[in-house]
Structures are given as structure tokens and as C-alpha cells.
Design a binder for this molecule. Structure first.
Ligand SMILES: [Zn+2]
Length: 304
């Protein structure tokens, strides 16, 4: 199972504020240590020219990110200090997402050990989402395969409104978002938009999620699923939106990946959100997602 990785720069690793950008490395190291993944399955992706981001972002925004010239309030919105060093990292993470989509079409399942930045809009980003790799990848796929039906499944606990804002005019790309939010209702809803009560527990979450997801899959009949898995539904996540335990998240990831892999629907898995006070826990939760996908990939690979 190929896992695409963004090129992580040592100087970025030293910056604590950028943890969400490199947490994939933490999970990747865990999976390698446990022999769940082998070194040959990890593929480093190169940075992309900024022109590759133009399908989703304005020239002005790209210029500011490439040159590290975002205003302070824009950086505060992102929760990140943007220096010129950040661009190669995030653009290689977009490359990882595009690569996982392309590979999923031929190998049925692939993972991007980063990505899922659903809070990035055309000319600004929120909460660590600098570029919307999901929308960029969907647009690349549309250009290469004009009739491909794409379903974006977003199980990150907050709303994927940035993705919706960038893809609403593509009739063959559908979005499914299962989320909760505080008092602020997002302006761009998904095609299959499921809002659940804040602090939902694991049992109610699973019942509703699997029911609504089955409907979305049945109606959209996708040729490719891009799954923003996200682990922010964990009860210790700083978003404080849901109350799932680690074992419940793992069970969720087993069920979702099984529903897709067993039914031979090409699947690209992105890490998405997750930010605990303890970064090792965040890495572990993402590690669990990839382990669940790998389990199903091995289980059903003979029938693929
Ligand atoms: Zn999120």
C-alpha cells in the first residue's frame, strides 16, 4: 500500500507551531517501527510549482505564501508562522494528495501521510489549512478524467466548508461531511451534509455515520473516494467537538475503509485534522487510521 509523504524539512520540524504539518511523520515512524508499513511503501513527494495550486487559489494568495508575506492577522487565522520555508513543505503535501488519488485508481487504495486541509479557501486559510489539497487533487483528476465521479468523504470533526466553497460548481464531484460545530453555521454546505450534536458519543456517532454514508455512496456511485479521515472527533482533541475514544475511532476507520475497499471503490486516504495537547497521541490516532486501512487492504487484496 503506497503511502505518499511530503518532504519534511528539519528546520520546520523544530518549530512547534507547525506540528499539524508534520504529524504524518510521527505516525509514519510508528508504523515503520511496528512493521505495519515497510520503507518501500513510503514515497517522498517533491514540492510543486505554485502554478499547480492555481486551480484553487488566487495568484495574490500564492505569492504571499511563497514569499512568506502573509499579514499577521492572516497568520493568526492559520495558527502558523509563514516563512518562505513553509511553501515547499505544503506544496509537497499537495503533491502527496494528488499522487495518492492517481495511485488509488490503479492500485485501489493509497494514502497521503499529510493533507486533508479542508479549511483552506481561495485566498485565505484557517486552522493550519494553507492550501486545499483536496480541491486541488479533485480538480487535477477532473482535468485528466473529465467524466470521473468523485466523492469526498470528510469525517474530520469540524466542517469542510473550504473544500465545498472550491468544488460547489463541479456536478460530478460530491461532498459528504460528518461534523459538529459551535454556534457558527458554515456558509458552504456539502452535498451530503450531516451535522451532529456537539459532544456526541461514540455509539450514536457510529450508527448515524454508517447510515448516512451508505446513502451517500449509493446515490453518488463514485469512481474515486477521497477520504479526509481526521481524528479530531477524539474526546481529548483541542477542538472539543466530539467524545470518541481511540478504540471507537479505530473501529470507525475499519468500517469506512472496509466499505470502500471490499466494494472495490478506489480510495485515497488523507490524514485531515487532529490536534491533541499531547502530539504523540495525535500521531498514534493517525497511525491507527492507516493501520485500519492497511488491515482491509491486506484482507481484500486477493479479491481486488
Ligand atoms: Zn478540520
Amino acid at each position: 500500500m503506497k503511502c505518499f509523504h511530503s518532504k519534511v524539512l528539519p528546520s520546520i520540524l523544530n518549530d512547534e507551531a507547525s506540528l499539524p504539518l508534520w504529524k504524518g511523520k510521527l505516525s509514519c515512524d510508528m508504523l515503520l517501527d511496528e512493521n505495519i508499513l515497510t520503507g518501500s511503501e513510503i514515497i517522498d513527494c517533491e514540492a510543486l510549482p505554485s502554478e499547480a495550486m492555481r486551480s484553487a487559489h488566487t495568484r495574490g494568495y500564492l505569492h504571499k505564501i511563497v514569499n512568506g508575506q502573509l499579514e499577521l492577522k492572516e497568520q493568526l487565522l492559520l495558527g502558523l508562522r509563514i516563512t518562505p520555508e513553509v511553501y515547499p513543505l505544503v506544496s509537497s503535501s499537495v503533491n502527496a494528495t494528488i499522487s495518492s488519488c492517481l495511485t488509488a485508481l490503479t492500485e485501489k487504495v493509497a494514502v497521503s501521510l499529510s493533507g486533508g486541509m479542508h479549511n483552506a479557501y481561495e485566498d485565505f486559510g484557517i486552522n493550519y489549512s494553507i492550501f486545499n489539497d483536496i480541491a486541488i487533487a479533485a480538480k487535477v483528476m477532473r482535468e485528466m478524467y473529465p467524466r470521473i465521479k468523485i466523492l469526498i468523504i470528510d469525517t474530520d470533526a469540524d466542517h469542510g466548508a473550504g473544500t465545498n466553497s472550491l468544488l460547489y460548481d463541479d456536478p460530478l464531484t460530491k461532498t459528504f461531511s460528518f461534523h459538529s460545530y459551535g454556534s457558527r453555521k458554515p456558509c458552504f454546505l456539502s452535498d451530503y451534509d450531516v451535522t451532529v450534536a456537539r459532544y456526541i458519543d461514540g455509539t450514536s456517532y457510529m450508527d448515524l455515520l454508517m447510515d448516512r454514508l451508505a446513502t451517500a455512496l449509493e446515490r453518488s456511485m463514485p469512481d474515486l473516494v477521497i477520504w479526509v479521515s481526521g481524528v479530531s472527533a477524539h474526546y481529548l482533541d483541542q477542538s472539543r467537538l466530539m467524545r470518541l475514544k481511540a478504540s471507537e475511532l479505530f473501529y470507525r476507520d475499519l468500517l469506512i475503509s472496509k466499505a470502500l475497499i471490499k466494494n472495490k471503490i478506489p480510495l485515497a486516504v488523507l490524514l485531515g485534522g487532529g490536534n491533541n495537547e499531547n502530539p504523540v497521541l495525535t500521531g498514534k490516532l493517525h497511525r491507527n487510521t492507516i493501520a485500519a486501512v492497511k488491515h482491509n487492504e491486506q484482507l481484500y487484496s486477493s479479491s481486488i
